[in-house]
Design a protein around this ligand. Structure first.
Ligand code: BGC
Length: 488
């Protein structure tokens, strides 16, 4: 299918005409006449595609912010509500439980209601949940608010990448879906910064409540975005799908694109949940679930959630230096994601994944050795420096590989009919593994020690590498329909 490749270089007037086409908005079958001309950038990516990616990525920002903010907020929540360790764990992990539950529900919503509706729902849930946390005057209300925040994260982690992937042209799909991960990393960094700024006044309610603003922005912004053309075709709204394609790909051939999507849909199954168990979907599901789980069991959130403690174990004894080092990790995480944005559609997914996971294995190995040498806290300052550098290099390796590419690949490898369900299952596996790693890390670190814990994550890294080399296909530059045909 060639709609995305600019073969048909029509006169600008023709693309102007195309971009004035009816914007499919509410629910996908109401055509709203608008006279919005959509300028086409030199790169061949229309402004509306860029807007779609940016607005949907706000959900990624909230995902990052809400997972990062609790580490600072919990210190002050504990001062206001006298809570034991178990309740503290509940407040922190309620988000993960909500994300896990809502990821499955997001599959149903994205399938029945549409990709756009899923993102609007995510924004509304984020806004409501953040306000609930901000005004909570009892622990159960706070736990409920945090669970609801998790639901927003579950909805956006399925709805965001899937929506961007289905709207983006293949040549820039990797870059655009990686924007979602960039937003996750920016969200984490903003959470560290918000906590640092609000800590002197112990304003935990503001820390949690601030997320209501981007939540509303996401919901309102998505109202103005078009529905995914692929979902429209799947629901039989051919004319609407054609109008969206003409809007987002003014140089393409929307008729050919729609016809190709219809042919592919006809060759796929019926789109039921039961089909996920069928042999034809197995290879794709294995790759999607495998990548989602390996992203977590290689230890990323042990670092993201527990960085200050890790730095203290490495010899950065003062609160200030360990917090400064943690903010440094946040900045590096953001910056290194740009490597993926730049290379993912040029070098491809596999080379970045392989290089990144190799880097993670090496840095975890060095970390393991450094922690062993520093056992008992008697190490030298050069050991602390080696630890800090290894952690930074580990984050860089993750940020250009497993970080963005997992969300990208689980949004692009599944056939259209089962995409929403399969992505929901993969995302839920990601959150399940996230939950287990964040729960087990403190236990592993105290029972096995930091050194053995690092070696354990390195061992998972080796398994991840073998899995990628043996199972993960290259999807660079292919249309979503071409990728589906790979499995058939
Ligand atoms: C992962 C998160 C992680 C974040 C760190 C995301 O891709 O899914 O679990 O906290 O990257 O940047």
């Amino acid at each position: 299918m060639e709609y995305d490749r600019p073969k048909d270089r029509r006169h600008p007037a023709a693309s102007d005409d195309a971009s004035r086409r009816l914007l499919v908005s509410l629910g996908g079958d109401v055509e709203m006449a608008t006279a919005t001309a959509v300028p086409v950038r030199q790169s061949g990516m229309s402004l509306s595609v860029a807007m779609v990616a940016v607005v949907a990525a706000i959900g990624g920002g909230l995902f990052g912010y809400d997972t990062g903010v609790i580490s600072g907020a919990i210190l002050y929540i504990k001062r206001e509500f006298p809570i034991d360790n178990a309740t503290e764990g509940l407040i922190v992990s309620a988000v993960t439980a909500g994300a896990l539950a809502a990821a499955m529900f997001a599959g149903v919503l994205a399938d029945r209601g549409g990709r756009r509706v899923t993102n609007i729902a995510a924004g509304l849930v984020f806004a409501t949940a953040s306000l609930l946390c901000a005004v909570a005057n009892s622990v159960p209300t706070l736990v409920a608010g945090r669970f609801l925040v998790g639901c927003g994260i579950g909805l956006t982690s399925v709805g965001g990448p899937m929506y961007i992937a289905e709207v983006a042209p293949p040549r820039v799909r990797g870059t655009l879906v990686s924007l979602f991960q960039l937003a996750v990393t920016v969200g984490i960094l903003l959470a560290y910064i918000a906590c640092a700024i609000l800590a002197p006044v112990a304003a935990w309610r503001w820390m949690l409540g601030l997320a209501a603003i981007p939540g509303l922005l996401l919901a309102v912004g998505m109202l103005f975005m078009p529905e995914s053309p692929r979902w429209l075709v799947r629901r039989g709204h051919r004319t609407d799908a054609r109008a969206v394609l003409a809007q987002i790909e003014p140089h393409g051939d929307p008729d050919a694109a729609v016809a190709q999507m219809e042919r592919d849909l006809a060759a796929e199954g019926h789109g039921s949940w039961g089909e996920l168990l069928e042999p034809s979907l197995r290879p794709a599901l294995l790759v999607g679930i495998g990548l989602a789980v390996f992203q977590q069991v290689t230890g990323i959130n042990a670092v993201i959630y527990y960085a200050p403690q890790i730095f203290q174990a490495a010899g950065f004894t003062s609160d200030l230096t360990s917090l400064a080092a943690t903010t440094g990790i946040g900045v590096i995480n953001v910056l290194a994601t740009f490597i993926a944005i730049w290379l993912v559609d040029r070098a491809g997914r596999r080379p970045l994944l392989i290089a990144g996971v190799l880097g993670m294995i090496a840095t975890l190995g060095v970390l393991g050795l450094a922690f062993r040498a520093n056992a008992g806290g008697t190490g030298t300052s050069s050991l602390a420096v080696i630890t800090a550098f290894s952690l930074a290099a580990y984050i860089v390796s993750f940020a250009f590989s497993l970080g963005p590419i997992v969300w990208l690949m689980i949004s692009e490898i599944y056939p259209l009919r089962n995409r929403a369900q399969a992505m929901a299952v993969s995302t839920a596996s990601n959150w399940g593994a996230n939950f287990l790693v964040s729960l087990s890390f403190p236990l592993m670190a105290s029972r096995l020690g930091s050194s053995a814990t690092s070696f354990t994550y390195a061992a998972f890294g080796v398994v991840t590498l073998i899995f990628i080399i043996a199972q993960v296909p290259e999807t660079k530059g292919k249309t979503l329909e071409e990728i589906s045909r790979l499995w058939r």
